[in-house]
Design a protein around this ligand. Sequence first.
Ligand code: EPU
Length: 421
Amino acid sequence: MQKFIVTGGKRLRGELRLQGSKNSSLPIIAAAMLCSDECVLKNCPRITDVYAASRILNCTGCKCSFSGNTAVTDSRCMNNNEIPENLMSEMRSSIIFMGAMLGRCGECNVSIPGGCELGPRPIDMHLAALRKMGADIREEMGRIRCRATGKRLHGARISLAFPSVGATENIILSAAAADGETIINNAAREPEICDLCGFLRKCGADISGDGESRIVVNGREKLHGCEYTVMPDRIAGATYLSMAAASGGEIILTNACVSEMEPFLSVLEQTGCSISADENTIYLRNGSRLKAVGDRIRTMPHPGFPTDAQAVLMSALLKAEGTSVFEENIFDCRYRHTDAFMKMGADIQVMGKIAVIKGVKRIYGTSADATDLRGGAAMISAALSAEGTSEIGSIYHIDRGYENIEKAVRLLGGDMQRVGM
Ligand code: EPU
């Protein structure tokens, strides 16, 4: 089993080019299934979740291959609409292939997706929306069989009870190839939804309103291929900035999506870091002890503070002067990294959705397993600002979303190695 060995105490300094977005690449790879020819997807991160998405595409007879950060897909030879359980369970977002397959061939057979380490992650809103669009959905022994009752799905007016990212994506994917108009009210407004829609529009889809809470999709019979560049990863950006802030460093992030990161940057700035940015570059400097964040940090759907950045920001606040309070509103079980932080000497109290962090002067290296993707990245960040050496296990969680994270940390002067087989 591989693990990371991280020795703290070095200030991170230097320039880093941000990877492409995981949460954009995954739905865009699924969307490529709707196209009648080849798509060239640039800036795809080389991470295990993206490889899992490509395995799903390949298992349907479509083709997906990589050359560096470019994925080339070809969906002309699709011949299978059944995704086996072992592929479905590799990652939560395997569920968005359901909308793409229903759009492409009006039929699919999938299973409940994996990845429930953040608490219960039901798919009731996905299923209710697809039913409203004319899908007959049967759940038997863990399998979900879906079939359009007509030749294709039809448009519908859908109001989501909560702006779910995955449900919004599934509806967009199936609506792009459905018969007629679909209106999604209370849609998710995350930048990755806009990136998916940007890709689909380049393929000939008729979509408007993405980035707002009412999205309108007019189905097209056929979409064509295109060349598209995936947006930068705002959460990887938040991770490296938090690491630099925690270690008292000075970094320049290039290829960053600055305006999409504003909800995170405005909170990080309250810690006393100096942050400046132009269109796609962020410069951060922190020469002194960070200050706690005065306002409660509430995770909310975009444009609120992102739940995916909660753990990494917390890692930067462990040694801040004063008390910071987090309120996690998206997932029930997203404070699992706090056990490792406490083992390092942090002063944290968790009460349901609230976590209170009283800044301490020092934290110390420890051994701990990554609990989930972002929690694992946050452990690396904490370890970089701790005294001594930490060993972080179960790093497959981290490899799901960060491209060569140890290389990025070393490039910035951090002491981090991957060991083991
Ligand atoms: N929910 C339901 N029913 C549904 C769908 C969602 O109750 O049918 C609930 C979930 O249980 C959760 C909340 O709604 O409590 C939000 O879930 P959402 O559907 O918005 O999340 P997701 O699509 O499963 C994506 C990202 C997550 C990110 C969330 C929230 C991808 C591949 N994943 O998940 O990213 O945390 O949106 O922004 O896009 C990560 O990258 O580490 C990650 C977990």
